[in-house]
Design a protein around this ligand. Structure first.
Ligand code: HPA
Length: 274
């Protein structure tokens, strides 16, 4: 696809979403097991990904494949119930298409969430981790190819990829609400196989606190597009080899469902104060 074709497809998708559900100032990407949060939106309007021209469809378990837009504390918020991963076979420009579409829809702040494996031995299943930095173990970068000057520079800064003020806000909210909130480094592995125990030991040695198969491309593209980015992981399981048991998708989704109340109360208040 040429750059012009890609730009056209972004605008076509944004137009379809705008017509179906309107624009938004805050965008939320809901990860595995966290999709129910979209129910929090008032006056919700929705469109299925399959009805958005040029949009990928969600094939991962726990990803409904719906775009929602509504109001939360008087703010226009859009939520993606389901995201795209490179392990589904999607190229990086498709994986990150929704973030650019959000930008075209007027979004200024994006909150990216995921289910992740805990690498830091102080973590446990069900805890929440605010992402303060990331490691890209995938060998891929979503900005590979011609630069989209309309969105951002060729060599975007990643020192402040995660917005410091949003991090401080989330930590304040967590403290006030007595919600334990860790901060840490999220490492992106491509998947879809879970990491091996040796990879997890390597990741820990190199400074990772959590691992997962998403989010990093979205953070990079969000930063490139000039969005304020906040990112949060739900530690749904301890990563491979830490406990003497096999990892399963069911456990990931089940833990996501278990913490959804806490997750919702934290995000709600963060959004109220943005
Ligand atoms: N590894 C990678 N991705 C994940 C994990 C994990 O342990 N848990 C949830 N998503």
């Amino acid at each position: 696809m040429t750059k012009q074709e890609y730009m056209n497809s972004l605008h076509t998708a944004a137009d379809a979403i705008r017509n179906a559900c309107g624009e938004a100032e805050i965008g939320v990407v809901l990860g595995s097991g966290l999709g129910d949060y979209a129910e929090a939106l008032e006056d919700r309007k929705s469109i299925a990904y399959e009805d958005i021209p040029g949009f990928p469809v969600s094939t991962a378990p726990g990803h409904a494949g719906m775009w929602h837009c509504g109001t939360l504390h008087g703010k226009k918020v859009c939520m993606m119930q389901g995201r795209f991963h490179s392990y589904e076979g999607y190229d990086q420009w498709l994986v990150t298409m929704p973030i650019r579409v959000m930008k075209l829809l007027g979004v200024k702040t994006v909150i990216i969430t995921n289910a992740a494996g805990g690498v830091n031995l102080d973590f446990s299943e069900g805890c929440l981790m605010l992402i303060r930095d990331f490691i890209n173990f995938s060998g891929k970068n979503p900005l590979t190819g011609p630069n989209l000057d309309e969105f951002g520079p060729r060599f975007p800064d990643m020192t402040f990829a995660i917005d410091r003020d949003l991090m401080a806000l989330a930590l304040d909210v967590a403290k006030e609400k007595d919600i334990p909130l860790q901060t840490g480094v999220y490492a992106w592995f491509n998947g879809p196989s879970y990491e091996s125990p040796a990879e997890i030991r390597m990741a820990r040695t190199m400074g990772a606190d959590a691992v997962g198969m998403s989010t990093v491309p979205e953070i990079i593209v969000g930063r490139h597009s000039g969005l304020r980015v906040m990112a949060m992981s739900c530690i749904t399981n301890m990563a491979a080899g830490i406990l003497d048991k096999a990892l399963s998708e069911e456990e990931v989704l089940e833990t996501g469902r278990r913490v959804k109340g806490t997750f919702r109360s934290l995000l709600d208040e963060v959004i109220r104060r943005i």
